[in-house]
Design a protein around this ligand. Structure first.
Ligand SMILES: [Fe+2]
Ligand SMILES: [Fe+2]
Length: 248
């Protein structure tokens, strides 16, 4: 299991670990700034590789923010290890995620919840938070980095297989196949509402949590695929059929 780190644009690094059993990469994004920020911690068990990758750029003890885009193992499973490693760091999530999950799991200190539209300065970079409920959890949010016009959409725009740091190929059909098999979205509607919002953001880069980052020109491929096709849960969970759920 190898974890690699590559700079994508303007101090934003993609850290990526290929996970054969899932058929996808698990990515984190490091923003190198006065207030260094990690978006997604990765699973608890990936910590050593991710930490080593960060060390190629900066001292992980300097991390100021650990951002989770929804409460799930691959999003924030390593949070306690990184928080321990970086004693000044805060865990950052949507207001809902912090209220429901952080407090509920006993994390009451060094946690910050953000609402839609709020911004957060890292000095050379500036983050803007978008609450995106039900894409795919109800506490989901996305983050936009304004200086590079980058969006971190977590599990939206996933591409299967071991993708390079930057993808140019149109992988939208394999994305749909993965969504149908994995069952991560309950319904198409909240996804499509967020897509029409994303299309108005004048983005230069999109950095999915699984797959490769892509530039503005590729966004319409993925947006169109999700607008024109069904991809929500129809009885399959990670490829396993739930017998009690009748296919529609
Ligand atoms: Fe997720
Ligand atoms: Fe994920």
């Amino acid at each position: 299991m190898e974890t690699r780190i590559d700079q994508i644009v303007g101090g934003i690094y993609r850290i990526s670990t290929w996970q054969e059993p899932y058929g996808i990469t698990f990515n984190q994004f490091l923003i190198d700034d006065e207030r260094p920020t990690l978006i997604h911690t990765g699973m608890h068990g990936l910590y050593d590789g991710i930490r080593a990758a960060i060390t190629e750029v900066l001292d992980p003890a300097r991390l100021a923010n650990l951002i989770l885009l929804h409460w799930e193992g691959d999003e924030n499973g390593g949070m306690t290890r990184f928080m321990h490693d970086a004693p000044q760091s805060d865990l950052v999530g949507s207001l809902l995620s912090i209220q429901l999950n952080a407090y509920g799991f006993g994390l009451n200190n060094r946690v910050r919840g953000f609402r839609d539209g709020e911004t957060f300065d890292l000095v050379r970079h500036k983050l803007r938070f978008l609450e995106t409920p039900h894409v795919h959890h109800w506490d989901s949010m996305m983050v936009m980095e304004e200086t590079t016009r980058s969006l971190f959409p977590s599990d939206l725009f996933i591409q299967p297989a071991d993708q390079p740091p930057i993808v140019t190929e149109n992988l939208s059909m394999t994305m749909l196949g993965l969504y149908r098999a994995a069952g991560i979205f309950a319904h198409e509607l909240p996804v499509r509402q967020v897509i029409s919002r994303i299309e108005k953001l004048d983005l230069a880069w999109i950095h999915p949590m699984h797959g490769g980052s892509f530039e503005r020109a590729a966004l319409p491929n993925y947006a169109k695929a999700l607008t024109k096709n069904e991809f929500a849960f129809r009885g399959l969970l990670l490829g396993r059929e739930i017998a009690a759920v009748a296919p529609m």
